[in-house]
Design a protein around this ligand. Structure first.
Ligand code: BES
Length: 837
């Protein structure tokens, strides 16, 4: 269902976006560091008025030529410097529905309602070839030229996709002939060409006859018969086509996006949309399709997921072009520009064409400028050069400076997984960047694994050096998503700032910095031929939201990932700012929302107060029963029974912490944080306007329980829900009650005495000059215990940053030396690690 809202725009005026179909959340961050929508507005360079509508455009930028195909059989050729009409190319009786130009700007292709493709020599502006099909294909709506294979692809009204190779440079050679009678116009037509009453020809027939006679005297272009076709490539007109990533993409009136392998012309994928697709544009890995019901769907071609739907209350989207962060949408209501950045405080719309109908838009570049051309009842040429963002620079080297440049880019991506409606594109941008980076740094297999309703997982693998027999295989786990920021930072959280030996930015410590340290360590070893193990990177984008979809996707890809010896990660912090640590335990989590709701609406407490039980009070009473008031113990039955006792071996590790002289770390506090469970009520939200004259209709509390080894997650979940329901039932309230557990994580306890901890410990001592403390943590990482169980491989965690890093909080930072040393420690570790015995 679309949530379209009406909007009005006037030339040059910004208005807040109307019909986003997804709700726009308003976290604090939407006010911070959001780049303004448009760095500079498109500048109108020229406007041409034509007697007939322009239906198609194509540019030859190095020749400074613009070709506009019209409804009345002309191709208007404009000079883009003087804006003069240089000439008109005439096509007999056909609307020019599509144009294309070869990359070398030697050939212009035109096609339309005469079922023919004409190939023009741009030097002489003469037709060199006429391409035709013997079948009745109807109008040609789309054409695409592939210079590499000299093949022209044709999308037709009769739903067929046709293609043929042009015998370029060999006019008159095989494939070409001059039997004009074979062209659709001149073929025998049962209706038009049969004799009329009395055996005479009708007027139309005599006209055709005349034309035939006239044209016979002209220099005749070579005729090429189409020799390949897929008859029902779509179940509707093929309105548009593009090449992307060596694949041909066609869009049709049947709402399908079909992806074809041009080598075999087999359909690789098909993506479904609810309405006919009239227009398309590809930017990065995103495919934007304009539909007949005035919506635009956005697909991520790298994961083949629909990621967004934009609805507008206006006409069908007849043309579409995307450039940088701006989307240009042409319809009978004009050309509007809007932001593809949904996190912009108010996404904006700018009407560029004063309500003139816009049927085609194209973007092209010359040496110095980027242009947008829009065609319809008028043709406009815009300069959009200043809207260009600095392109992503891949750092080809492996130095720490290169690593910092990569980190700077990752930090600039607002990968807040909690608000997909705002940051989904940013997260995918980061995932794509990471996978490209991994590929450039030498990973042999890099893929984005799609996650249903979530950000994709970056999956990539570095192979051990060829001389290593039966190498150990390691999963390096990390995440590129971050938590949202509040308005309390000293600098822009999404701009990496280097200050006093530290770098600042959201996600720098948790977990973008450590992920890059691992990638660069492995890549460097691989480049030196010293990598002793296979390292599989699994970098997810949903950790901060409970790792939605991770388990399902990894289970599905388990065979592809292969056997694993060790799971490693760096997603926690030291105990203080001085002593390096190794982490061998995390708590698990059960995160729930608890709601009490009345059948009655929000009411005035003066008018209705005292009449009935209030949801907020019911909720507070239920919550108050969760913990014993005197002992502070959690009241879930048998809750503490399975907690592991402290062994002598583990106690020795605690004694070392005590002896290290870290102040403020009393053992009881550490036990409470690491070895014992806890329960937190995070907030209580009420319905209504939140003022103190209202009885809210409903109240919801966010509650979480951190659990520890070896508490059974499923059992505690059940007992927790049962306890809440029992306490509510005891109230005998007329209100309703519900519990929603929306994510969980199992606790994890590693073996701090195994081989991988031993190697990590030695390398820490080597690089930091001191032995690490072995610590546990109170936080949770849902995927760790899962990966251990899934691959039967023990996990080990090496914290990167200091306790003062302020992860999840304001001014998150990472000390540079911690980042660099983690890289060196991991490099040494991966050159020595053995298989799990
Ligand atoms: N890096 C933390 C986990 C962590 C926190 C480790 C504190 C050590 C100490 C991670 O990014 C995180 O915050 N995880 C969430 C998981 C939850 C959303 C399932 C957590 O612990 O709340």
């Amino acid at each position: 269902m679309s949530h379209a809202m009406p909007y009005t725009v006037h030339e040059g005026e910004f208005v807040s976006v109307p019909g986003r179909s997804l709700p726009i959340a308003t976290p604090e961050s939407s006010r911070i560091g959001s780049p303004s929508l448009v760095t500079s507005l498109p500048k109108l360079l020229h406007k041409w008025h034509q007697p007939h509508s322009v239906l198609s455009v194509a540019a030859a930028p190095s020749r400074k030529l613009l070709f506009c195909g019209t409804q009345d059989s002309r191709i208007l050729v404009y000079d883009t410097v003087t804006f003069q009409l240089k000439c008109e190319l005439l096509v007999e009786n056909a609307s020019i529905l599509c144009l294309d130009i070869s990359d070398d700007e030697q050939l212009l292709f035109s096609a339309g309602s005469d079922s023919l493709v004409k190939v023009w020599d741009i030097d002489s502006l003469e037709v060199r070839y006429i391409i035709y099909s013997l079948a009745d294909i109807g109008d040609i709506f789309s054409i695409k030229w592939c210079g590499q294979s000299s093949t022209i692809y044709i999308g037709a009204q009769n739903a067929s996709l046709l293609w043929t190779q042009l015998p370029l440079g060999k006019i008159g050679a095989a494939g070409c002939h001059s039997m004009v009678d074979k062209l659709p116009n001149y073929r025998y037509d049962k209706f038009f060409d049969s004799k009329g009453p009395g055996g005479s020809f009708n007027v139309l027939q005599s006209k055709q006859f005349l034309q035939r006679k006239n044209s016979s005297g002209k220099k005749c272009p070579a005729l090429v018969e189409v020799d390949h076709q897929i008859r029902f490539a779509h179940n509707g007109y093929i309105y548009c086509m593009e090449f992307h990533d060596n694949k041909l993409i066609t869009c049709g009136g049947d709402g399908l996006v079909n992806v074809w392998d041009p080598k075999t012309m087999k359909r690789v994928t098909s993506l479904e949309n609810n309405e006919s697709i009239l227009s398309m544009s590809i930017s990065g890995s995103y495919l934007y399709v304009g539909l007949s019901d005035s919506t635009i769907n956005v697909w991520d071609l790298s994961t083949q997921q629909q990621i967004r739907k934009m609805s507008f209350e206006s006409e069908e989207v007849s043309s579409l072009a995307v450039y940088e962060d701006s989307l240009f949408k042409g319809s009978s209501e004009g050309l509007v520009m809007l932001s593809t950045n949904s996190y912009s405080p108010a996404a904006t719309v700018l009407n560029l064409s004063n309500h003139n109908s816009v049927l085609t838009v194209e973007i092209f570049h010359d040496d110095s400028r980027t242009y947008l051309v829009s065609g319809g009842s008028t043709t406009c040429l815009w300069d959009i050069t200043l809207m260009t963002r600095v392109p992503v620079q891949f750092q080809e080297g492996l130095t720490n400076d290169h690593m910092l440049k990569s980190l700077e880019f990752m930090v600039s991506c607002k990968t807040v997984s909690k608000f997909p409606e705002l940051y989904l594109e940013e997260s995918r941008k980061c995932a794509r960047y990471l996978s490209k980076l991994l590929a450039r740094l030498g990973a042999y297999q890099t893929k984005l694994l799609p996650v249903a309703n979530g950000n994709p997982i970056v999956h990539s693998c570095f192979k051990a050096s060829a001389d290593v027999k039966d190498p150990p295989r390691v999963i390096w786990y990390g995440h590129y998503d971050v938590v949202d920021v509040a308005n309390d930072w000293e600098t822009d959280p999404y701009e990496m700032v280097s200050k006093d030996g530290c770098i600042y930015g959201r996600g720098i410590s948790d977990n973008k910095g450590p992920v890059l340290a691992a990638i660069y360590a492995v890549a460097e070893l691989a480049s030196e031929g010293k990598l002793e193990c296979d390292v599989v990177f699994l970098i997810e984008g949903e950790e901060e939201s409970g790792s939605i979809g991770f388990q399902e996707v990894i289970t599905k890809n388990k065979d592809n990932i292969g056997p694993i010896d060790w799971v490693m990660l760096s997603n926690s912090y030291w105990l203080d700012d001085e002593i390096p640590c190794l982490n061998y335990g995390l708590r698990g989590i059960i995160n729930a929302s608890v709601t009490v709701k009345s059948l009655k609406p929000d009411r005035h407490s003066g008018v209705d107060g005292g009449v009935s039980r209030e949801p907020t009070m019911d909720l507070i009473q239920v919550l108050s029963q969760l913990v014993d008031p005197s002992t502070q113990k959690i009241n879930i039955p048998e809750f503490y029974d399975s907690i592991l006792p402290l062994t002598d071996k583990e106690m020795q590790l605690y004694t070392k912490i005590e002896q290290s002289g870290i102040v403020d770390q009393k053992l009881d506090t550490l036990f409470a944080k690491w070895r014992n469970p806890s329960l937190t009520v995070h907030n209580i939200q009420v319905s209504g306007p939140n003022n103190n004259t209202v009885i809210p209709q409903s109240a919801t509390a966010m509650v979480s329980i951190r659990i520890v080894p070896s508490q059974e997650l499923e059992e505690i979940k059940r007992n927790f829900e049962a306890l809440l329901c029992k306490q509510f039932d005891a109230l005998k309230s007329e209100n309703s009650f519900s519990v929603d557990i929306y994510y969980t994580a199992e606790p994890w306890l590693g073996d701090p005495f195994n081989h991988v901890y031993q190697v990590l410990g030695e390398k820490i001592e080597l690089h930091w000059g001191t032995k690490p403390l072995f610590i546990r943590e109170g936080g949770s990482i849902p995927s760790i215990r899962f990966l251990e169980k899934c691959f039967g491989a023990p996990a080990a965690q090496i914290p990167c940053g200091q306790s003062s890093d302020n992860a999840h909080l304001k001014n998150e930072k990472l000390r540079l030396i911690n980042l660099f040393k983690l890289r060196s420690i991991l490099k040494d570790t991966f050159s020595e690690l053995k298989r799990n015995p």
